[in-house]
Design a protein around this ligand. Structure first.
Ligand SMILES: Nc1ncnc2c1ncn2[C@@H]1O[C@H](COP(=O)(O)OP(=O)(O)OP(=O)(O)O)[C@@H](O)[C@H]1O
Length: 270
């Protein structure tokens, strides 16, 4: 199965990844989540072989069977939509009717088949990300790596992008996407949460939620201390085992879980 084992990457004196493992089964979406600097992009770059690893192994298809959408979308700003397709398609060795029919299907599914002459730089953020996705998919890759495809995209376009991502998996690709949106990650088959280059949690979303130690509780008022966070109009907080929760216990969602795990880890003896 494609994936990586015990990956360690050092970048300019920083340990960007430390002992990270990820399985990438065909037909499944794996979501990599984590805050700024957690190591998400480095993981993608290590899978692509674009960054030197100092430990661990990577097992992925050959480069021509991988599709990659960088966080900047990969769309060429001074080329039109059609020109982007032709340019990227030719880099994959696609041309003529084969390229045209593949591109037509992808662009229509993405809902961006009506602006063939618009320049990349004149597309809205959501349209640009959707075109970037189509470009990464042109050659029907076996492994699709998407770096924050939905960041800065409006909620409707995010739903459409998610539909494209799941369709790619349904067609048999292994899909790995990084995201800062936990509602998206909750719908993936597997979530890998990174923190400071290490795996904070990994598994099916429900399994990850089940790993919270202690209690997550909800209350209307901030309970004070650093163990509380705002959720809508309420405050959630995490309490270690053996301590009285300040509010009513709730079943945590993925967001609560990752905050609680981070708090629990920060209180572990070093
Ligand atoms: N070229 C580099 N030289 C030195 N350190 C780097 C380099 N690239 C990344 N890093 C560091 O490696 C760590 C992981 O960075 P990475 O870009 O993978 O995180 P990320 O989770 O993708 O974050 P973001 O969402 O902010 O891009 C960070 O501490 C970052 O500062």
């Amino acid at each position: 199965m494609p994936g990586a084992r015990d990956l360690t990457v050092e970048l300019g004196g920083t340990t960007a990844l430390s002992g990270v493992s990820v399985d990438l089964p065909r037909g499944q979406v794996t979501a990599v989540v984590g805050g700024d600097g957690a190591g998400k992009t480095t993981l993608l770059r290590a899978l692509l072989g674009r960054v030197a690893t100092s430990g661990g192994t990577v097992d992925v298809p050959p480069p021509e069977r991988i599709g990659y959408e960088p966080s900047t979308s990969g769309v060429w700003p001074t080329l039109s939509v059609s020109e982007n397709v032709e340019f990227v398609g030719s880099a994959y060795g696609l041309s003529g009717d084969r390229l045209r029919s593949r591109a037509a299907t992808l662009l229509a599914t993405a809902g961006i088949d009506d602006v063939p002459d618009r320049l990349g730089r004149d597309l809205s953020g959501g349209m640009r990300q959707k075109l970037g996705f189509c470009l990464a998919m042109l050659h029907s890759p076996d492994l699709l790596l998407l770096d924050e495809p939905s960041t800065g995209v409006d909620p409707v376009s995010r739903v459409e992008l998610w539909r494209l991502v799941t369709a790619a998996a349904r067609d048999g690709a292994s899909v790995l996407m990084t995201t800062t949106y936990l509602d998206e990650a909750e719908r993936a088959a597997t979530v890998v949460a990174l923190q400071e280059g290490r795996v904070l949690a990994s598994g099916g979303p429900d399994d990850v939620v089940g790993t919270v130690p202690g209690t997550v509780s909800v209350g209307d008022d901030p309970p004070g201390g650093h163990r509380a966070w705002r959720r809508g109009r309420s405050f959630h907080s995490w309490t270690p085992d053996g301590e009285e929760p300040p509010g009513r216990p709730v079943v945590p969602d993925l967001e609560d879980t990752l905050i609680a795990l981070t708090l629990a880890r920060s209180e572990e003896p070093r």
